[in-house]
Design a binder for this molecule. Structure first.
Ligand code: GLN
Length: 501
């Protein structure tokens, strides 16, 4: 195996450490791969050839000088365009921020830089992370590398597709209701939403602050753990950051032992609305885990059925407040209202927000503003917060019985581009299995478990807050079982992409 883009991050790190390759070589190979397949995939909004190679050269020089380096030094990474960067634009997939350059790096980005990881570029996403297909990006959709007529999931479809298409060994995503895990499921990649507060949100352009969390995207569970370790940890600049050490995720990913592990299958997730092929793959995963010594029990989480309803009140409420800052006064797009001489600030604001935001963003701002309006606040936002508490209690009760919970990550495989674009509710329904974790703040992982109609299916594990290591242990076990069954790593089964350059 000589194609460096096929190496896992752990393999690249080992090859860099033993001197068999340089970071410049590895980084250049990935940049070439990006140039070759981007015409088809369109995972990136900005590619930073110069910056990535400069970091790579610097790491190579430091390594040659015998400097001790972090484990992932020299391993390239892609970053979702919702995390701020001083040397590249941050658009959040929106016209509102076209060309905007942040005056500061997100903490996650600073950590990648401190770890010596060349940043290949910024990845495409649904506008302000609102969507499940990346079709709501103002810059056009990303395509699923398994079938380029289909969606790569969302909102982090760019990060998932970049990793699935071997354009990057690793990527950073963000997950407010499933945006790391669902793209992971439909592109056959591993995606983790860490415990809320486990990874700093400083410099993560907020969608819904009480739900947003950045996490790793990779092709293997171990690679995700290695990146998680780099990204995680306390940050005094984020008041919701947990002042606790990163859970031992790498050790857990190397262990991958489910013997005696109690796995609770969530009865409410996996029935109606889940495609038969998805259910079949999930059940096969459970059978393999049982044969490997896990104890599988059924667990009921009755409030989960209200998860989508609660999320689509809490999230838009926070969106309406967070996106109020795009007022055309401080930064971002400014549009003069047509036919108005000497427009007022309010008129400029209205014209700019009308031109700068897409339909889905406007829909959510309107929904959230309504839910928070006096007279409706208790009926909508207040009730949703109560449901949120009930969901957290369901998790608590479940984790008294089991070590981890399990469900399919997403009810369907990747659908054809355009299919759900005019039907927001059916798009929202895609998040049924991922949303409860965000509402309760607990961590979740999606691991590829099999194929249905030739398309990847994801298996989700959920764990108690700050027990992220349990996800990696269970995920690594499942990954090994899937690899043994298939006779090759899951990612190796993806069809070859057409090279367009
Ligand atoms: N698909 C969900 C939504 O549209 C989740 C988005 C996310 O996690 N950023 O809100």
């Amino acid at each position: 195996m000589s194609d460096l883009t096929r190496f896992t991050a752990a393999e690249i790190a080992a090859a860099l450490a033993d001197g068999s390759v340089t970071s410049v070589e590895v980084t250049r190979r990935h940049l070439d791969r990006i140039a070759a397949v981007e015409g088809d995939v369109r995972a990136f909004l900005h590619v930073d050839r110069h910056g990535a190679l400069a970091t790579a050269a610097d790491v190579d020089r430091r390594r040659a000088a015998g400097e001790p380096l972090p484990e992932l030094a020299g391993v390239p990474v892609a970053v979702k365009d919702v995390l701020t960067t001083v040397d590249l634009p941050t658009t959040c997939g929106s016209k509102m921020l076209e060309g905007w350059i942040s005056p500061y790096d997100a903490t996650v980005v600073s950590k990648l830089k401190a770890a010596g990881m060349p940043i290949l570029g910024k990845t495409n996403m649904d506008e302000f992370a609102m969507g499940s297909s990346t079709e709501h990006s103002a810059y056009g959709p990303t395509r699923n590398p398994w079938d380029t007529t289909r969606i790569p999931g969302g909102s982090g479809g760019g990060s998932a597709a970049a990793v699935a298409a071997f354009e990057a060994p690793l990527a950073v995503g963000t997950d407010t209701g499933g945006s790391i895990r669902q793209p992971g499921a439909v592109t056959g990649t591993v995606g983790v939403k860490p415990t809320y507060g486990g990874v700093s949100r400083y410099g993560l352009v907020a969608m819904a602050s009480s739900l947003d969390q950045a996490g790793p995207v990779a092709r293997t569970v171990l690679d995700a753990a290695l990146l998680h370790e780099v990204m995680g940890g306390h940050d005094p600049r984020d008041s919701t950051s947990l002042d606790m050490p990163v859970p031992p995720v790498v050790e857990a990913a190397r262990r991958g032992d489910v013997s005696g592990l109690r796995i609770g299958v969530i009865s409410e997730l996996g029935g109606e609305g889940f495609q038969p092929g998805v259910r079949r793959c999930f059940e096969e995963g459970l059978e393999m885990l049982a044969r490997a010594g896990a104890e599988i029990v059924e667990v009921s989480c009755p409030s989960f059925v209200h998860g989508i309803a609660a999320y689509y009140l809490v999230m838009p409420s926070e969106v309406s407040s967070n996106l109020a800052k795009f007022d055309a006064m401080r930064y971002g797009l400014r549009v003069a209202p047509e036919g108005v001489d000497d427009p007022s600030a309010e008129q400029v604001m209205a014209a700019s927000r009308d031109a700068g935001f897409g339909d889905e963003v406007k829909r959510r701002i309107i929904l959230g503003t309504y839910a928070l309006s006096s007279g409706y606040y208790d009926a909508y936002y207040g009730s949703a917060q109560k449901v949120r508490t009930l969901i957290a209690r369901d998790f608590e009760a479940a984790f008294e019985q089991v070590d981890v919970l399990a469900s399919p990550t997403s009810p369907t495989v990747a659908w054809p581009l355009g299919e759900k674009l005019d039907d927001p509710l059916s798009m929202y329904a895609q998040d049924v299995a991922t949303i409860p974790a965000n509402l309760a703040g607990v961590p979740g992982i999606s691991v590829p478990v099999g194929l249905s109609e030739g398309l990847p299916v994801g298996f989700q594990f959920l764990a108690p807050a700050m027990a992220d290591d349990r996800l990696y242990n269970a995920g690594a076990a499942l990954e090994r079982l899937v690899t043994e069954r298939d006779g090759r790593p899951f990612a190796a089964q993806a069809p070859e992409l057409e090279v367009t350059r």
